[in-house]
Design a protein around this ligand. Structure first.
Ligand code: AMP
Length: 187
């Protein structure tokens, strides 16, 4: 069974929802980068202050600051696997993750793309904005930045994992249970 997995996809593709299900069912350690960044910002730390403007704008936080956030990770050794959600999002992060895992004598088994259209992402983000009040979901310009970042970074990132035979694309437009079942078929 594949036990070190990363979920990738457009904003609102369902990454965190599926990561939570995997963590619950299989005892995986869950690492959601967006959630970590928001927690760091809410803590009011110096690092959080440096991150806040970038997250508010929908652009990607710099590698240097991402590295600092990663240094705060607890040792996940006792868990049965790891599910990354929203990380890596670009090639330098993929290389950083390779290095971190290698140091722990681990390696990523699979990057799973939860594939949805831009129209579906926009619809889901608008719904989520009403439900959770996330400020980066409410502002059209910020949403567009996030969609544009994906457009720019996704092809190289996907190619990086395809070359290693560690990439799979799943239809993320189906309902939560169907997407989860499809993920399980690929583990
Ligand atoms: P998410 O919760 O995954 O939608 O991420 C929210 C925001 O956090 C993104 O728009 C970025 O500003 C930032 N972010 C999340 N993941 C990353 C990452 N891997 N690298 C850089 N910035 C990130």
């Amino acid at each position: 069974m594949k036990k070190i997995i990363a979920l990738y996809g457009l904003a609102a593709a369902g990454k965190t929802t599926q990561a939570e299900l995997l963590a619950k069912k299989y005892g995986f350690y869950q690492f959601g980068m967006g959630d970590r960044l928001r927690a760091e910002i809410n803590s009011g730390s110096e690092l959080g202050k440096k991150i806040a403007d970038t997250v508010a704008s929908g652009l990607l936080v710099s590698d240097d600051l991402i590295t600092q956030v990663l240094q705060n990770i607890q040792e996940p050794a006792k868990k049965d696997g790891i599910i990354f959600d929203g990380f890596p999002r670009m090639i330098p992060q993929a290389k950083l993750l390779d290095k971190i895992l290698e140091e722990a004598e681990l390696e990523l088994d699979l990057l799973i793309l939860l594939d949805i259209t831009i129209e579906e992402a926009e619809k889901r983000i608008a719904n989520r904005a009403e439900m959770t009040g996330r400020s980066d979901d409410k502002d059209k310009a910020v949403v567009n930045n996030r969609l544009e970042v994906f457009r720019q970074e996704s092809q190289p990132l996907i190619a990086y994992y395809q070359e290693k035979g560690k990439f799979v694309k799943i239809d993320g437009s189906k309902n939560i249970e169907e997407v989860f079942a499809e993920i399980e078929r690929n583990l």
